[in-house]
Design a protein around this ligand. Structure first.
Ligand SMILES: Cc1cc2nc3c(=O)[nH]c(=O)nc-3n(C[C@H](O)[C@H](O)[C@H](O)COP(=O)(O)OP(=O)(O)OC[C@H]3O[C@@H](n4cnc5c(N)ncnc54)[C@H](O)[C@@H]3O)c2cc1C
Length: 444
């Protein structure tokens, strides 16, 4: 049966659930088709005995007042404001993240500091063109010396691409230019300015980040969420999506389709097939896979930090986070666990590496740097995070525009979400876009 107000949503991750939630709020009927057996996509909280952890170092960035307030309404006092600064592990030292001027002054040698000041004066004197790559964004924000020390190696390890091939958008707009005035003031031991204070406040649900998406799922209602339904075919007449069918062969007529799964999957599932020149472009659309390794520790605490970043190329992982520092409910009082994020791919460990190989590499780095003693590890678990990041290179950013242009012919199709829009989005961006989409739909 067709109904003007129906929306079918492919994917039950943050994007699909947000669209479903806002649709339900305005009285539209929304049906979610989710390929796996659970909702939450890449934002799940896994419960393992007395421990809980998220599939990555998630936090609610308080960047959208509307979204933060909506989540406060949903979770009430279960949503906590947490203050826990992050660090960068650099040559045996823990430096502040985001990069802090006073820290550099106290932890780097004089010659590095002079280079940093020189770079930054040069950067400000030179005319700054619009950056075309991540490398240019980093150089323009921090100068060459700091970029090479912390940003370039970390970014290349995370994305598996050269920094000058990566699109500027992968910085997520988070690289603030270094405050040169405070650097000089600190160097000459002049009183510190307010701009030097640590940034480390965010929101986090008591029972893990996944609690937000479970709450959205509850509001949508289990009767509207269809699990283990992988949408495999999307039928159309060149202007409109007509129906979708799933892995069980079930067919659904479509009034409005919101697609939140990876964009290349959508193009491949079109019937009649997309033109060859579009299908040929899909080989340039790639996603970064991640392995998270959870170490259960017989320790009250590993560190006081929200996250610790590891730019060192010898190190097989990019980041460690300790769930207990986001909510004390995540681990028992006397124990803790840490979640180690390992990017997988050609330049790093292979996604099909044996679990022991991944674990042993992590352990050997941590032991070598005296960050952990193996006798404190009670157990470990490895979890794959598929399609964690769309790899937005300068080339793929152009190709994706062509693909989106082709898809724009379908007037009842919308794409929302990180891999469907092929943008480096966080959940607050996704929720904002979902709300706007529903508002647009009801105003038509
Ligand atoms: C390590 C890491 C840390 C992060 N930290 C933060 C953070 O601190 N704050 C923040 O806001 N965001 C963070 N993010 C980003 C956040 O996880 C993503 O923005 C979010 O998961 C994207 O949601 P989505 O619904 O677009 O996609 P996904 O989460 O990938 O969900 C897509 C869903 O679609 C389903 N699906 C796929 N194909 C089909 C199909 N054919 N048919 C039906 N269903 C299908 C999948 O099973 C999945 O459930 C982080 C991400 C990672 C990887």
């Amino acid at each position: 049966m067709k109904n003007e107000n129906n929306i079918d949503i492919v994917g039950g991750g943050p994007a699909g659930l947000s669209v479903g939630y806002f649709a339900k709020k305005v009285g539209m009927q929304a049906k979610i088709h989710e390929a796996s057996s659970t909702i939450g996509g890449n934002c799940k909280t896994i419960i393992d005995g007395e421990f809980k952890y998220d599939t990555g170092a998630h936090r609610l960035h308080d960047k959208s007042e509307y979204v933060t307030n909506e989540i406060k309404l949903l979770l009430g006092n279960k949503l906590k404001r947490v203050t826990s600064p992050s660090k960068i592990y650099y040559r045996g030292k823990f430096l502040n993240f985001p990069i802090s001027v006073s820290d550099l002054v106290y932890n780097l040698d004089l010659s590095s500091l002079i280079k940093i000041i020189y770079d930054n004066i040069l950067t400000r004197l030179r005319k700054r063109p619009l950056p075309e790559s991540f490398k240019q964004v980093a150089y323009q924000s921090y100068g060459k010396t700091i970029s090479k020390m912390f940003l370039i190696s970390y970014t290349e390890k995370l994305w598996g691409e050269d920094a000058d091939n990566l699109d500027p958008t992968i910085s997520g707009g988070r690289l603030k230019a270094l405050n040169l005035r405070s650097l000089i003031k600190d160097l000459f031991l002049i009183k510190k300015t307010d701009s030097d204070h640590l940034e480390g406040a965010f929101y986090y649900p008591e029972q893990g980040f996944g609690e937000i998406f479970n709450a959205l799922g509850k509001k949508i209602g289990p009767e509207n969420i269809f699990l283990n339904k992988k949408v495999c075919n999307v039928y159309h007449d060149n202007n409109k999506i007509l129906s979708v069918s799933d892995n069980n062969g079930e067919n659904n007529f479509i009034n409005n389709l919101v697609y939140t799964a990876p964009i290349d999957e959508l193009v491949k599932s079109l019937s009649p097939a997309a033109p060859k020149h579009i299908l040929d472009k899909l080989k340039f659309i790639k996603y970064r896979e991640l392995m998270i390794c959870v170490l259960y520790l017989d320790l009250k605490s590993f560190s006081p930090n929200a996250s610790i970043y590891f730019p060192d190329l010898e190190c097989p992982f990019t980041r460690i986070y300790e769930p207990k520092n986001r909510s004390t409910k995540m681990s028992p009082i006397e124990k803790t666990c840490i979640v180690v994020e390992v990017p997988m791919g050609e330049r790093n460990m292979k996604i099909d590496s044996a679990k022991e190989v991944v674990y042993n590499k992590i352990l050997s780095y941590l032991e070598n740097k005296n960050l952990i003693k193996s006798e404190k590890i009670i157990n470990y678990k490895l979890v794959k995070v598929k399609s964690a990041y769309p790899i937005i290179t300068r080339d793929s950013a152009l190709i994706i525009k062509e693909i989106k242009k082709y898809l724009s012919r379908f007037n009842n199709l919308n794409m929302i979400g990180r891999n469907s829009s092929f943008e480096y989005l966080h959940t607050h961006n996704i929720m904002e876009r979902s709300r706007s989409l529903i508002n647009e739909m009801i105003s038509l």
